[in-house]
Design a protein around this ligand. Structure first.
Ligand code: APR
Length: 245
C-alpha cells in the first residue's frame, strides 16, 4: 500500500473492534444467531436475533426487546475504548483528506475515543427513536415500553436500533464516500450482514484499494486485496502509524 496514493479513506467497523473492550460479538451456532449477555450473577443468557432484533419481536414482546437494549446500554458504563478506537480517532484528527468511519456498532466507543467523522449505520444504544413521528433523542437511562415522545406526545419511544429488515442510516452519504474512496478498510466484521458486507465491492469497483483487518477470515475475505489477521488492538494502531508516517 503506497501512502502517497491515498487521499480519501472509508473505514467500516464491526463488533470485533469493541470485543477487546469487553462487548460481546454476535455469534452463530448452526442455524441460530444470538447475542450473549449475563445476568446479575454473571450467568450467560443467549438472545436469538429473532427475539430481540426484528420489528416483529418488538411488536410481539416489547418488554423483552427494551430490556435487552437497556442491559446493553447499561453495559456501556463499564467499558472503555481500546487502542483500536483510539488509533482511528487519531487518524480522524490528523488525516488531511476525506475520511469516514462507518460503524455497525451501537456502542459509543468510537466517539468516546474522539472520532468525529463517524456514522452509526445501525443506530445507537444512547438514542431513542419515536416510532410515531420519527424523532430521535439522546437517551442514557433505561427505556421502558410506552415512554412518551417529547416531540409528538405519543407513548412510542423505542431503542434507536436498525433492526433486521429495516433500512440502515445515511446510506446515500456512505455510498458517495465509498465511490470516492482510494482506500477501504474493514475492521472486525464478519461480512455476513448486508448492506455493509457489500461495501467492499462498491469501493473496489470504484477503484479503491481494499484491506481487511480481522481476527479470523470473514465471509467476504476473497473480495479484499489484502487481509491481515489478528486482534484489532494491534492491527489498527499499526495501520494508522503507517498512514500517518
Ligand atoms: N479483533 C479483530 N476482529 C475481531 C476481534 C478482535 N479482537 N474479535 C472478534 N473479531 C471478529 C470476528 O472474527 C468476527 O469476524 O469480529 C467479527 C465480529 O462479527 P459479528 O459479531 O458478526 O459482528 P458484525 O460483523 O459487526 O455484525 C454485523 O450484525 O449483529 C448484527 O446488526 C448487528 O451490526 C451488527 C451486524
Amino acid at each position: 500500500m503506497v501512502r502517497q496514493d491515498i487521499q480519501n479513506i472509508v473505514i467500516l467497523t464491526g463488533a470485533g473492534i469493541s470485543a477487546e473492550s469487553g462487548i460481546a460479538t454476535f455469534r452463530t451456532k448452526g442455524a441460530v444467531s444470538y447475542w450473549e449477555t449475563t445476568d446479575e450473577n454473571g450467568v450467560p443468557i443467549l438472545h436469538r436475533v429473532e427475539d430481540v432484533c426484528t420489528p416483529e419481536a418488538l411488536a410481539r414482546n416489547p418488554a423483552l426487546v427494551h430490556r435487552f437494549y437497556d442491559e446493553r446500554r447499561a453495559k456501556l458504563a463499564t467499558v472503555s475504548p481500546n487502542p483500536a478506537h483510539e488509533a482511528l480517532a487519531a487518524l480522524d484528527a490528523a488525516w488531511p483528506g476525506e475520511l469516514l468511519i462507518v460503524t455497525q456498532n451501537v456502542d459509543d466507543l468510537h466517539e468516546r475515543a474522539g472520532a468525529k467523522r463517524l456514522i452509526h449505520m445501525h443506530g445507537e444504544l444512547q438514542s431513542a427513536l419515536c416510532a410515531a413521528c420519527g424523532k430521535a433523542v439522546p437517551w442514557t437511562q433505561a427505556l421502558p415500553p410506552g415512554t412518551v415522545c417529547t416531540g409528538c406526545g405519543q407513548p412510542r419511544l423505542r431503542p434507536d436500533i436498525v433492526f433486521f429488515g429495516e433500512m440502515p442510516y445515511q446510506m446515500d452519504v456512505i455510498d458517495e464516500a465509498l465511490r470516492r474512496a482510494d482506500l477501504f478498510v474493514s475492521i472486525g466484521t464478519s461480512g455476513a450482514v448486508y448492506p455493509a458486507a457489500g461495501f467492499v465491492q462498491t469501493a473496489r469497483h470504484a477503484g479503491a484499494r481494499t484491506l481487511e483487518l480481522n481476527l479470523d477470515p470473514s465471509a467476504g475475505s476473497d473480495y479484499f486485496d489484502e487481509t491481515r489477521l489478528g486482534p484489532a488492538s494491534l492491527l489498527v494502531p499499526h495501520l494508522v502509524r503507517h498512514l500517518l508516517e
